[in-house]
Design a protein around this ligand. Structure first.
Ligand code: FAD
Length: 596
């Protein structure tokens, strides 16, 4: 078998914010480091992030500090977050933003020349460091430049299909070059997964083609565990029209900067959906909500800035009640509330996105928006301090890791998560490699087996078409495991997933190995199915509603479930097993933050 081979201390799979930050840290800790990414360097999901990086820098509100950020994050996640991750995240995010600036990132400024911070849902104070609505682009540009300047090896347009292990842990990774279809293997004692999300398992999503849950699935197959998989975030505002762009994100900054949601009767309906949990800190009248933009100290936040799960459910209910917009969403109006020049300056990407894709001028008319699958809270279960998974030598950071966001992520908390935990994962992976570099081997048979599995779709004739199977999976997840869930529908989803698994075992592709997207999809599909099964199983098991998991048949939160995490592992026969696990105990000095 023709195979390109390499040796490193640390291989980072994924070149978004988490992967690049991990690679920089591993390299600076003295490890021989490589980054592998499925698409071109710089074209990770992170580049699409618009609103900003959440960090309690107190540039606008001196009252802000890590404790308030920690509290907001835990409350946003409905207290299911791993407290230690939420603590480290809130404490370290400001340093990570300042470090990014030292490395050349150019943030928007306050009149005093400090890094400017903007409002976002669920954050008590204006906290998101930003660059217009193109923050992710600046973050990636900065990290990418540093990665290249440090001379870190990058394998781009290269997909990892299997993690290699022996009885003591990680030994490397196996993959293929997308362009040539040739195989490649890396021998390495440490692998950091930073592969992002799973959105492509759903029909309407803000995620791009790469987000097929590869890292979640690779980790599970290697013996690691996934936590919180039932929690999928539906961002309240995706485009709904025209159909070709359905799901593309409309940033929360539109609401942070004054935009409001209205139904077909012109009502600001979010006032009808304020849950008791957030009532004390949410404005009761439109006047108070509008005053908040000018005077945050003496007024409470508009209900349009409630956490995403609340807003997405409210929009869903308005549309279901027949009060939606012509194309099945609701109206997001900033045109009647802010001058055209302000909108173009604060939201340049949104202005162009609607102009070019929908022929809508957002400075003159309202946008039509509706929920879109955006982010997965669930992911690889890791040690909070080192991001180590249960398999020695395996680490995970960024969206692929679980625990940090509990049942619902606050906007802006992902970009800070990538930086905080990417750095920690890189350092721990380098440390692990120091003790294990000489031990490992890559046996020929394991490599031949990985190659055989990858080539199998070429050997079958007249089998299933990968695009048809993908379409059926996306429809299933959209219809049966979406925003509002019931036991009967999820049981149906699991039956369909079982049938889709059989069809995936019979996929066939035509043509050859050179740049063959049908073959690439055939290799992604088993990951998508495994992750979808974890989501559906965990969602069926959790008989309550919390954050990004709403059960029509169990609409309330439940005290017992408030203490319980669901953990997915893989049984020897390949099936997904679920275990109930008690939440880690929060120390009293942190618990006091919620009592005061
Ligand atoms: P990604 O940036 O998703 O990168 C994943 C990497 O893994 C890519 O390089 C990909 O090629 C690679 N990869 C995947 N599978 C494989 C494989 N098998 N082999 C090799 N490589 C692989 N969050 C915020 O905090 N603030 C925001 O303002 C914000 N705005 C957003 C706007 C949009 C439109 C979207 C979609 C998300 C937004 N988010 C935001 C969320 C945030 O951008 C993501 O959660 C975050 O960027 C994920 O980063 P990551 O490093 O974990 O992975």
């Amino acid at each position: 078998m023709e195979l390109e081979r390499h040796e490193y201390d640390v291989v980072v799979v994924g070149a978004g914010g988490a992967g690049l930050r991990a690679a920089i840290e591993a390299h600076e800790s003295g490890a021989r480091t490589a980054v592998v990414c499925k698409s071109l360097l710089g074209k990770a999901h992170t580049v699409m992030a618009e609103g900003g990086i959440a960090a309690a820098m107190a540039n606008l509100y001196p009252e802000d500090n890590w404790r308030v950020h920690f509290r907001d994050t835990m409350r946003g996640g409905k207290m299911l977050n791993h407290w230690r991750m939420a603590q480290l995240h809130a404490q370290e995010a400001p340093d990570r933003v300042r470090e990014l600036e030292d490395w050349g990132a150019l943030f928007d400024r306050t009149p005093d020349g400090l890094i400017s911070q903007r409002d976002f849902g669920g954050h008590r104070y204006a906290r998101l460091a930003h660059v217009g609505d193109r923050t992710g682009l600046e973050l990636i540009r900065t990290l990418q430049q540093r990665t290249v300047a440090l001379g870190i090896d990058v394998y781009m347009e290269c997909t990892v299909t299997r993690l290699l292990t022996d009885d003591q842990g990680i030994t490397g990774a196996f993959g293929y070059w997308r362009e040539s279809g040739r195989f490649i293997a890396w021998r390495a004692p440490s692998v950091v997964l930073a592969t992002g999300g799973i959105g492509k398992s759903y029909k309407v999503t803000s995620n791009s083609w790469e987000y097929t849950g590869d890292g979640h699935s690779l980790a599970l197959q290697a013996g690691a565990t996934l936590v919180n998989m039932e929690f999928v975030q539906f961002h309240p505002t995706g485009m709904v029209w025209p159909p070709s762009v359905r799901g593309i994100l409309v940033t929360e900054s539109v609401r942070g900067d004054g935009g409001v949601l209205r139904n077909s009767a012109g009502n600001r309906f979010m006032f009808d959906y304020i849950p008791d949990f957030f009532r004390k800190e949410t404005a009761e009248t439109e006047d108070e909500a509008d005053r908040w933009y000018e005077d945050k100290k003496n007024n409470r936040r508009p209900p349009e800035l409630l956490p995403r799960d609340e807003v997405a459910r409210a929009i869903n209910s308005e549309v279901k009640a027949g009060r939606g917009s012509p194309h099945g969403g609701v109206f997001l109006d900033i045109a009647s509330r802010r001058p055209a020049e302000y909108i173009r300056k604060r939201l340049p990407s949104m202005y162009h996105q609607f102009k070019e894709l929908a022929e809508v001028d957002i400075t003159a008319e309202a946008m039509e928006v509706g929920p879109t699958c955006h982010y997965v809270m669930g992911g690889v279960e890791v040690d909070p301090d080192t991001e180590a998974a249960r398999v020695p030598g395996l680490f995970a950071a960024g969206e692929v890791a679980g625990g940090m966001h509990g049942s619902n992520r606050l906007g802006g908390n992902s970009l800070s998560d990538l930086l905080v935990f990417g750095r920690r994962a890189g350092a721990a992976a380098a440390e692990h490699a120091r003790g294990h570099a000489d031990r490992i081997e890559l046996p020929d048979e394991a490599l031949a087996d990985a190659a055989r599995a990858a080539l199998a779709p070429f050997d079958r004739e007249g089998g299933e078409n990968p695009y048809t199977v993908q379409h059926d999976l996306q429809q299933t997840m959209h219809d049966l495991v979406g925003i509002i869930r019931t036991a009967a529908e999820m049981e149906q989803a699991l039956d369909r997933i079982a049938a889709l698994k059989k069809r995936v075992a019979n996929l066939s592709v035509e043509g050859h190995r050179q740049y063959n997207p049908g073959w690439h999809l055939a290799l992604d599909l088993p990951h998508m199915l495994l992750v979808s099964e974890c989501i559906a199983r965990a969602a069926l098991e959790r008989q309550e509603s919390r954050g990004g998991h709403t059960r029509d048949d169990f609409p309330a939160t439940d005290a017992e479930w408030a203490r319980t995490n669901l953990v997915c592992s893989r049984a020897p026969d390949g099936s997904v097993e679920l275990t109930r696990q008690p939440l880690p105990q929060m120390p009293s000095e942190l618990a006091e933050i919620f009592e005061s």
